[in-house]
Design a protein around this ligand. Structure first.
Ligand code: AMP
Length: 390
């Protein structure tokens, strides 16, 4: 019988198997942390050679929605998690009936639907931009009147990295609605927030309710995809404290056991608004691998296995830059890794993806330095060298 930290059992013994639904880079980095601690990894993904499968002990190759395959993963695992919030909730819950699933299926369902997510936040008194659920053109037209513009219209489900979003600068006659209609069971109309900057906090919560938040990251997006994470965020300490408190309030209100990343806007009036939740390790937390005593991935493994949470103390300021497929496309598949690694303090992570496409996350570089400005300059230079632009 699998140990279940919810029941206060002993921690999972090294050699136990962590099952991960999803085979992307977040699963890969979780698997690497798990292996370091002597655990084994099973992965469910439609692709045989997914980034996580390359470092896993066992792989179930099947669509995410295949309940039998999810149950097969559960039977070979002692604990289960997922590495992306668009995992199929029915299949994940079917697997969760056999083996403990963390975070729970209900956290997954809430966070994979923007209307449910914002509703849960508001019910718990947590701040978000004004929004309206939109299921018809008349809802949309009414929303334009009720919320002050400009606006963003988004699909409620299946959106990521800015996909399924339209910015509306001046009230239209329903064009934006018709552009997204039918792409998801519902849409959500939000006020466009003219933010000062974007931040995120990754929070870990264990089965006994202990919480730890990693230092808040300042995030710069390019084409709605995370480009650069700067830690510590360049804001006053009381703002990072508030961001951390907000993250803990979110984790507690949803009863998360595992990790949850909270993406926020800092408004012109220094108010924090929650934009999006991800109940898993987060791109903006990659920096923790080098910079913190315990990485976000090890922290997740600790929660899954019923071990005590680790110190999140940061050693030095650090900056992470994403390596998207553009770097490969622009260099005819020959990025200059020697150049990238000749920058002092640069650490290179590549995810083992064979095909580079524009916008596809292929890897990242993290640089630590004495100051955040120096880390930013070096991380940018390292990527430029990889890109043969320096
Ligand atoms: P999301 O998929 O909701 O994380 O959105 C991707 C990116 O689009 C965010 O990181 C923001 O840069 C931008 N964005 C999304 N929603 C809003 C909003 N309501 N106001 C301003 N910018 C937004």
């Amino acid at each position: 019988m699998a140990a279940d930290p919810f029941r206060g059992d002993e921690p999972l013994e090294p050699g136990s198997v962590i099952g991960i639904i999803g085979g992307g880079q977040l699963g890969r980095m979780t698997a690497i942390a798990a292996r370091q601690m002597g655990y084994r990894i099973a992965v469910l993904d439609p692709a045989e050679d997914s980034p996580a499968a390359q470092v896993a002990d066992r792989v179930v190759v099947a669509p995410y929605a295949d309940r039998d395959a999810a149950r097969e993963l559960a039977r070979m695992s002692d604990v289960l998690t997922y590495e992306f919030e668009n995992a199929d909730a029915d299949a994940a819950e079917a697997a969760g009936e056999l083996t403990p699933l963390m975070p729970s299926g209900s956290v997954l369902r809430t966070t994979q639907n923007r209307v449910m997510e914002k509703g849960a936040l508001r019910r718990n008194g947590l701040p978000t931009a004004d929004y309206r659920a939109v299921t018809s053109e008349s809802d949309y037209m009414a929303g334009l009147k009720e919320i002050s513009g400009p606006w963003v219209l988004k699909t409620a489900t299946s959106g990521y990295d800015g996909k399924g979003q339209v910015v509306i600068k001046t009230a239209d006659g329903g064009e934006a609605y018709r552009q997204l209609e039918g792409r998801s069971p519902a849409l959500i109309l939000e006020r466009f927030v003219p933010f000062k900057l974007e931040m995120s906090v990754v929070c870990a919560r264990d089965g006994s309710g202990n919480v730890r938040t990693f230092p808040a990251s300042e995030n710069i997006h390019s084409n709605s995809i995370l480009d650069t994470s700067i830690v510590p965020a360049r804001v006053a300490p009381h703002i990072t404290e508030r961001a951390s408190d907000l993250a803990i309030a979110v984790a507690e209100s949803l009863d998360v056991v595992g990790l949850i990343a909270i993406e926020m806007f800092l408004t012109q009036d220094d108010e924090l608004l929650v934009n999006e939740l991800a109940p898993r390790p987060h791109n903006s937390g990659h920096y923790t691998i080098e910079a913190c005593h315990t990485s976000q991935y090890e922290q997740l493994v600790r929660v899954l296995c019923g071990l005590p949470l680790g110190s999140v103390e940061m050693q030095q300021p650090s900056v992470m830059v994403n390596l998207l497929g553009e770097v490969w496309v622009d260099t005819a598949n020959k990025p200059d890794w020697s150049g990238a690694l000749s920058v002092p303090g640069a650490s290179l992570h590549l995810y083992g993806k064979s095909e580079a496409r524009v916008g596809r996350k292929m890897g990242h570089i993290t640089v630590m330095a004495d100051t955040v400005e120096e880390a930013l300059a070096r991380a940018t230079e390292s990527r430029n060298r990889a890109w043969r632009r320096a």
